[in-house]
Design a binder for this molecule. Structure first.
Ligand SMILES: *[C@@H]1O[C@H](CO)[C@@H](O)[C@H](O)[C@H]1NC(C)=O
Ligand SMILES: *[C@@H]1O[C@H](CO)[C@@H](O)[C@H](O)[C@H]1NC(C)=O
Ligand SMILES: *[C@@H]1O[C@H](CO)[C@@H](O)[C@H](O)[C@H]1NC(C)=O
Ligand SMILES: *[C@@H]1O[C@H](CO)[C@@H](O)[C@H](O)[C@H]1NC(C)=O
Ligand SMILES: *[C@@H]1O[C@H](CO)[C@@H](O)[C@H](O)[C@H]1NC(C)=O
Ligand SMILES: *[C@@H]1O[C@H](CO)[C@@H](O)[C@H](O)[C@H]1NC(C)=O
Ligand SMILES: *[C@@H]1O[C@H](CO)[C@@H](O)[C@H](O)[C@H]1NC(C)=O
Ligand SMILES: *[C@@H]1O[C@H](CO)[C@@H](O)[C@H](O)[C@H]1NC(C)=O
Ligand SMILES: *[C@@H]1O[C@H](CO)[C@@H](O)[C@H](O)[C@H]1NC(C)=O
Ligand SMILES: *[C@@H]1O[C@H](CO)[C@@H](O)[C@H](O)[C@H]1NC(C)=O
Ligand SMILES: *[C@@H]1O[C@H](CO)[C@@H](O)[C@H](O)[C@H]1NC(C)=O
Ligand SMILES: *[C@@H]1O[C@H](CO)[C@@H](O)[C@H](O)[C@H]1NC(C)=O
Length: 683
């Protein structure tokens, strides 16, 4: 009997489930690793007792501790790190840290210290070695923070992000003489007045996500990183009369309201300047115009006292300060129409220039004199109709690796653009009207420009993006001598490829042929291909050659597939990681492929619940929820059969009944009609 076989197994399992519970009834919520106790997520309402008293680190995040009592930490005098983030802490009793002379790092983030901040401040003052303090997300306002920070002279790292600070002045951080890093992001600050004069060691300052309208009189020469992104900054003016070199390396002013390029220090090591998403442009053309005065006095007020006048040379672009060390200049999403004369030349080590989404119409690389260190040049989404460079200039750009010219109005490029750039690796020419040169073609116009591009034999080129270029024919030689790994030809409807692609079959890993109307492609030689986009091509069948290659991502959206034969689905499911299938007119009665993909855990069907199919009556269903009872099965046992048999039978019976009535009982019918009409005439 099978029972005999089952009993021991059942017994075994129950024993296994029960033992751990009965053996350790009071399981400690902490995990000990050397001298660290991890007691996170333990629903604790107090500091656990009974841990070894030589603990050096105690992690108590995500618990429910409301108060730290004077006695809470008495047993752990060796603590140097204590973390209580994400509790419901309201206060630390004033002697909590008595004897914890070694504590260096204290994390109190995400609590309610606004309630008991006064008592807490007394506790903090008893930590002579405290270097790192996190008070972020505690609903603390200006006054509470001033109280909490009083006399914390040893602090080096302070996090006050996500509180309710409104304005800072000279008293705010007065005692923090050793402060090196200060995070003030996500407060509601609108004014800073001489707040950092006592913090001569401050190197990193984050003021992102506040409401600051300007930063004038910037003179923190010791600062290395300043982040003022996501504010309302209209003016950034550094003090121009200082002879010291500013240590500033990174300045982030992105997502503000700058109209002018910031007035940077005259001497600095500024390396990274982020100015994306402002409204700035250059005004050099106004400098020569007598109707506009060269300098303007800007008045700045603050709450306490009438502040000062700053005279700015508005149109004089030499006021941009020292940009000679810039390596990254991010100007995405501004209104730059052109650079002032000599501006690019002032940046001899510029490596990345990001100009995406501006208003450039012309770019003459020869006259701008870009340096040989240029590595990435992104001028996408401008209004470029002229992109000029002579051959000598191109040859000096020996480090240029990424070039993005997509979304412009280009129909010409400099002759030899690619053949002269020895290290070019990635080129994006999408959404321009550029053609590909035929072998014999050399239409060179007046400025040595060509209406077609030629990248034959550019050995360094790996990634080529030619989406939406209205390409019609690709000459067989188009990709000669290339080792492309990425090729995007999406959105070129009517593209004729012939054998062109076969040259790339050994190297190509990523191929975009969406919305090209290509068909009958043979992929069997593309042994390196991992990503293939053949969406929007009206394909009625899956190209069989796909099954022999090791694809990981396949986009088949918006084609005319009615099914995927089970053998193909099995083969794909074994290799693919991601598949896109929405927008095909799948037949609801042939959706075994769906169950195959659904049950294969290693494959991700993008938009799985949006994949639809059509039933025999052309009704649309979500494949995921479709019950195929309406479908004919192979054995012929299906409701459809019954319906098909039943409907004619019913019709036959109804039909005979009517005929019977009409022939044999016409009188009855007449009578009833008469009755009705007679009744009516009574009215
Ligand atoms: C801060 O330190 C100063 C000087 O050591 C002392 O006079 C003052 O009382 C301290 N303040 C607090 C609140 O402990
Ligand atoms: C400060 O705290 C916030 C929120 O707790 C966190 O996101 C941020 O990374 C912290 N800043 C630093 C410099 O660690
Ligand atoms: C500035 O701070 C914002 C918000 O925290 C962050 O997203 C951004 O990366 C920072 N900028 C730099 C240059 O680190
Ligand atoms: C800066 O240097 C110039 C000349 O070298 C001098 O006249 C000026 O007083 C100096 N300014 C400061 C603030 O030291
Ligand atoms: C100066 O500006 C006025 C008004 O914008 C314009 O009409 C004029 O042509 C400009 N002159 C020069 C020399 O740019
Ligand atoms: C403005 O300054 C520029 C150079 O800084 C100078 O060439 C020009 O003549 C000045 N224009 C006026 C109106 O002062
Ligand atoms: C600032 O300039 C205005 C005129 O431009 C003047 O009336 C005012 O007195 C100046 N204020 C100071 C503090 O210099
Ligand atoms: C591009 O700049 C060079 C050098 O300044 C100049 O000789 C050439 O004429 C410019 N090209 C055009 C079309 O303006
Ligand atoms: C080329 O650019 C890379 C990346 O920015 C940089 O590391 C390298 O030093 C540059 N080379 C030259 C010669 O400028
Ligand atoms: C080129 O720029 C466009 C628009 O900014 C962007 O969508 C695209 O991803 C970029 N191309 C590459 C290869 O990074
Ligand atoms: C065009 O390029 C050729 C050599 O590539 C050169 O001799 C000729 O001067 C250039 N013409 C112009 C107008 O730049
Ligand atoms: C495939 O190409 C189509 C047509 O251009 C595009 O809309 C889609 O985003 C591409 N798919 C992927 C996964 O990139």
């Amino acid at each position: 009997m099978p029972i005999h076989g089952l009993t021991p197994i059942l017994f075994c399992c129950m024993w296994r489930i029960l033992t751990p519970v009965s053996c350790h009834p009071q399981h400690s919520p902490c995990q000990l690793k050397q001298r660290t106790a991890h007691c996170n997520n333990g629903k604790l309402s107090s500091v656990p007792v009974g841990l070894p008293d030589n603990m050096e680190e105690l992690q108590l995040n995500y618990n429910q501790i409301q108060t730290l009592q004077d006695s809470s930490l008495l047993h752990y005098p060796s603590l140097n790190t204590l973390s209580l983030a994400c509790n419901i802490l309201e206060r630390l009793e004033s002697n909590t840290f008595q004897g914890l002379t070694l504590l260096e790092s204290l994390n109190l983030a995400n609590n309610n210290l606004n309630i008991g901040y006064q008592e807490t401040s007394l506790a903090l003052k008893k930590l002579p070695a405290l270097r790192v303090l996190d008070l972020s997300e505690n609903k603390l306002d200006d006054e509470m923070i001033a109280t909490l920070l009083e006399n914390l002279t040893s602090l080096e790292y302070l996090n006050l992000s996500g509180n309710l600070l409104r304005r800072l002045d000279e008293t705010s951080f007065r005692d923090l003489h050793h402060l090196k890093e200060l995070d003030l992001q996500r407060n509601i600050m609108f004014e800073i007045d001489s707040a950092f004069d006592s913090n001569s060691k401050l190197k990193r300052l984050n003021l992102a996500y506040n409401y600051l309208p300007c930063l004038t009189d910037f003179h923190m020469t010791q600062l290395e990183v300043l982040n003022v992104s996501h504010n309302l900054i209209e003016w950034f003016i550094s003090r121009q009369d200082l002879n010291d070199t500013f240590q500033l390396e990174t300045l982030d002013l992105s997502e503000n309201r700058l109209l002018f390029f910031p007035f940077l220090p005259s001497h600095s090591h500024l390396t990274n300047l982020y100015l994306s998403h402002n409204t700035l442009r250059f005004y050099e053309h106004l400098a020569e115009n007598a109707t506009y005065p060269n300098s303007t006095t800007v008045e700045f007020y603050n709450m306490k006292k009438y502040w000062k006048n700053v005279t700015a040379q508005l149109w004089d672009d030499s006021y941009h300060g020292d940009i000679s060390s810039l390596e990254t200049l991010d100007l995405r999403g501004n209104q730059v129409k052109g650079f002032p004369h000599g501006f690019i030349q002032k940046m001899p080590v510029l490596s990345r220039l990001r100009m995406c989404t501006n208003c450039l119409q012309t770019l003459n690389l020869t006259s701008e004199q870009f340096s040989g260190s240029l590595y990435e040049l992104d001028i996408s989404n401008n209004r470029l109709s002229q992109f000029l460079a002579d051959e000598a200039t191109l040859t000096t750009l020996s480090n240029l690796t990424y070039l993005n010219l997509s979304l412009n109005d280009l129909n010409q490029v400099p002759v030899g653009l690619f053949s002269s750039l020895p290290n070019i690796r990635s080129v994006d020419l999408s959404y321009n009207s550029i053609d590909i040169c035929l072998p014999e073609e050399t239409e060179i116009s007046a400025h040595n420009e060509s209406t077609c591009v030629d990248w034959r034999n550019i050995a360094s080129l790996r990634q080529l993006y030619l989406k939406g270029c209205s390409l019609k024919r690709l000459p067989t030689s188009a990709f000669m001598g290339l080792s492309l790994t990425h090729l995007e030809l999406n959105d070129n409807p009517g593209l004729i490829l012939q054998e062109t692609l076969q040259r790339l079959s050994t190297t190509l890993q990523h191929l975009g042929l969406g919305n090209t109307r290509v068909r009958d492609l043979d992929f069997s030689h593309f042994q390196s291909l991992r990503f293939l986009n053949i969406s929007r091509n009206s394909l009625a069948h899956l190209p069989p050659s796909l099954l022999n290659i090791d694809l990981k991502v396949l986009d088949l959206r918006d084609n005319s597939l009615s099914t995927i034969p089970l053998s193909q689905a099995d083969a794909l499911a074994a290799k693919l990681q991601t598949i896109f299938l929405t927008g095909n007119p799948f037949n609801c009665c042939e959706i075994e492929w769906f169950r195959t993909f659904e049950s294969t855990k290693t494959i991700y069907m993008v938009g799985q619940s949006d994949i639809e199919c059509q039933d025999v009556f052309l009704g649309r269903h979500r494949v995921k929820h479709f019950q195929d009872v309406l479908c004919m099965e192979e054995q012929g046992e299906s409701i459809l059969w019954y319906i098909l048999l039943f409907v004619p039978l019913c019709l036959f019976i109804v039909g005979t009944a009517i005929i019977f009535l009409l022939t044999f009982k016409p009188q009855m019918l007449k009578k009833s009609i008469k009755k009705k009409s007679l009744k009516k005439s009574y009215y």
